[in-house]
Design a protein around this ligand. Sequence first.
Ligand SMILES: Cc1ncc(COP(=O)(O)O)c(C=O)c1O
Length: 408
Amino acid sequence: MSELTVTQLKTFCKKADFNLEDYHYLNGAYMSPLPMVTEQAGIEGMRRKRIPMHLTKEHFFSYRRLIRERFAQLIHGESSENIAILPSVSYGLSIIANNTPCNDKKNIILVEDEFPSVYYTWEKYCRRHQAELIVIKRPVEVENRGSLWSQAIIDAIDENTHVVSVGNIHWQDGSLFDLKRIAEKAHAYGALLVIDATQSVGAIDIDIKQLNPYALLASSYKTLLGPYSMAIGYFSDPLCSGEPLEENWINRNFSDRFAELTHYQDHYRQGAERFDVGESSNFILTPMLAESLKLLIDWDVRKIQQYCQYLTNYLSGKLQAFNIPLIGNRDRGCHYLGIEISQFDPDVLVAELETSRIIASVRGDFMRISLHVYNNIDDCDALIDAFKAVLSRRTHRATHADVTEVSE
Ligand SMILES: Cc1ncc(COP(=O)(O)O)c(C=O)c1O
């Protein structure tokens, strides 16, 4: 792919495809907004159900097929047969855990403060199989946190490692994990790599062929710009002969022969389709997700990645002037910026954000900024102005206090 030029970067923004009113929405890591065509696809899905004869047999299969094909294309997969339609990441993790016998290897590696759905699954697995859960601590260093954390994961993998379960960024502060090197080490020691790509796929280009994971999972409602209550899973070939969590009719052979559904079938349909959640044809959500995936493919995730990097580099450059410790640009996800706000009064900061119609995630001493194609330089400038306003008010208060002190 040819790199976008600076002029192309300045005009890449897809805000016009969304309806964010006058908000500066910097919180896609919590919940992405919906592209307008995705919203429209949901409305059309709902309308079809208004008079159900508009729902044809083909609707039970067509959008599921599209989702599989488009997601496989998005992650540079060779076959859509490795893709399953899930309701959540936790559902996918349960499939993986249930189909992964505990061999003589005895540890599972996770990172500190892993997302609860991931942590609980492997914690239970370890309890059940008397395996050890190894949690790799977040380095205290900020600037090069991603590299240090990745190295610590790589160092921990050895002949006793059964599973390495990691995202390609940390969902809280955006630390970037070097998945390529982690994958190489895991493969060298026969460890299974499970990737939670919820906070990255669609904003960061992922090449499944290069990483060759055991499985990769992602919720639909964040960087994939899709609806809530859907997730997608890539299951590698060895998993594809596994046991699903449930026995639903549509995942069995010949389920498209509606008149013969009670000619019960011993075999599942091909590949990972056996893991599809019951009622995965969901006539509202599947057209929506299919539409969002199409947009991401059309826009090209490599370009999206470059665009997000352009915005966050701009922001981090400006924020450095305020002496705020930031994770270095190469050590964080291109669309993420974790800002340490301990020097600010959180109530004052949150009030300023509200006044400026900026939506970001403030948790304790941390503000999480997460961007996507719907953001632009104006959104970044609004955030910088909000910080400036809070700082100038603080300086003003401090000066005023000094004057008062002297005069007393
Ligand atoms: C990193 C990560 N993984 C997974 C999820 C969603 O998990 P689940 O689909 O099990 O609710 C989230 C939601 O915030 C997340 O941030």
